[in-house]
Design a protein around this ligand. Structure first.
Ligand SMILES: [Zn+2]
Ligand SMILES: [Zn+2]
Length: 410
């Protein structure tokens, strides 16, 4: 994702797990989870990270593991993504679980024996863990193929970290058109390794857009402002006025953010420069507000520039939309996680402030995204991000239970 999932830091502050919180008798499939293999796969992928849109080695590795199960059809919808399809022994619906496979241009500083061998590239967002867990889920479900009611698609998606993102590419090929529900998860730091955080119904992350503005004024001597057009004064007014959009135009209570993070202009105290550069980020949780902000930002800039006699060029970039958790799928995910992990290991997670291109799958069918705590430590995208591997087994258990329950109930 474009930004670290800071929301996860405070996700999991669980009370001690008493006997009433424990799950019932474990289902038979739990013993089919290839725990050691999952760690082995994770370490291998971790050691060989690839940047967005370059996940060729990873896709080949995922393919070889999926093919080793013997009953999973493997397709490559794009040059660096893989979809595994498991057709169950009984007729039923189609459900998909998505893992992302790309790494980041972050030099690794974990000191792990299986640290990245690709200089300057590392799995600092934990997509190696996502990929290994979904392989574990595929292995477990493939071992019970005859009992499965319906079809499972395992999506190993490329390029989550780089807009426009790999989800769009895969969706456009049509290979997922039959999917009736999408699930996905993200790992991140939390107090208890292996605890599941259920995100809110509806908006579960923000849409992330941005703008780049060049204000063109007219340079002058600092003592003769009447002979110039001051882009700093114009820009300052724009920055201030932009802040009124959230406070005066957005419905109170709906989350929205406009932050100007860059304002560059001028070199000397007695010179009025001829241009100013501004850039900002825009976060929203609904499409109407997303459009409103885009429109209002343009109107504010246009009119203030006009009032000052300045001209401008504005580039507005649209990133990932906000994820929308389907309430029914979210409640299924919660129930499934509690069933397999116990209520003491399932908690409410706050909305993610980061953005995720998993949001795009909702174009095809309802979707649900949740968090998995990988223990205390630094946040995702930090060079020393180091998830506790003991949490992976719970991730696989939750994934398998959610898939089985969805297919049983639909
Ligand atoms: Zn990320
Ligand atoms: Zn990520």
């Amino acid at each position: 994702m474009v930004a670290a999932i800071f929301g996860l830091v405070s996700v999991v502050a669980l009370h001690a797990s008493g006997s009433s919180d424990r799950p019932g008798k474990e289902p038979a499939w739990v013993k089919n989870i290839p725990v050691e293999k999952i760690i082995e796969w994770r370490r291998y992928i971790h050691q060989n990270p690839e940047l967005s849109y370059e996940e060729l080695f990873t896709s080949e590795y995922v393919t070889s593991v999926l093919e080793s199960f013997g009953n999973i059809e493997v397709i490559w919808p794009t040059p660096t993504s893989v979809v595994g399809i498991l057709r169950g022994g009984k007729a039923g619906s189609t459900v998909a679980f998505r893992a992302d496979t790309d790494a980041l241009p972050v030099p690794e500083e974990t000191g792990l024996p299986f640290a990245s061998v690709n200089e300057g590239v590392s799995h600092a967002c934990g997509h190696d863990v996502h990929t290994a867990m979904l392989l574990g889920t595929a292995a477990t479900l493939s071992s019970m193929q005859k009992q499965i009611k319906g079809t499972v698609c395992f999506i190993f998606q490329h390029a989550e970290e780089q807009s426009p993102g790999g989800a769009l590419d895969i969706i456009q090929t049509g290979v997922l058109d039959e999917v009736k529900a999408f699930f996905g998860l993200h790992i991140g730091p939390g107090q208890v390794p292996g605890a599941v955080g259920i995100l809110p119904d509806g908006p579960a992350s923000t849409a992330s857009d941005g703008f780049y503005l060049i204000i063109q004024g007219k340079g002058s001597h600092g003592s003769m402002p009447h002979l110039g057009i001051d882009p700093i004064v114009t820009g300052a007014e724009i920055v201030t006025a932009l802040q009124t959009i959230v406070s005066r135009n957005v419905t109170p209570g709906e989350m929205a953010v406009i932050s100007v993070g860059k304002f560059q202009s001028g070199n000397a105290p007695n010179v009025i420069p001829d241009r100013a550069l501004l850039a900002g980020t825009v976060r929203t949780i609904s499409e109407p507000t997303r459009h409103l902000l885009k429109e209002r930002i343009r109107t504010v800039i246009d009119n203030i520039a006009l009032a000052h006699g300045a001209t401008y060029s504005l580039e507005y970039t649209s990133g990932y939309p906000a994820m929308q958790n389907d309430p029914a799928l979210n409640s299924l995910a919660r129930a499934s996680a509690i069933k397999i992990l116990g209520s003491g290991m399932v908690t409410d997670a706050p909305r993610m402030t980061a953005s995720e291109d998993f949001a795009r799958y909702r174009k095809i069918a309802p979707s649900c995204y949740f968090n998995l705590s990988t223990g205390p430590g630094v946040t995702n995208h930090h060079p020393a991000f180091n998830p506790d591997e003991s949490s992976l087994i719970n991730g696989v258990k939750a994934e398998v239970q959610i898939i089985l329950d969805y297919l049983d109930q639909n």
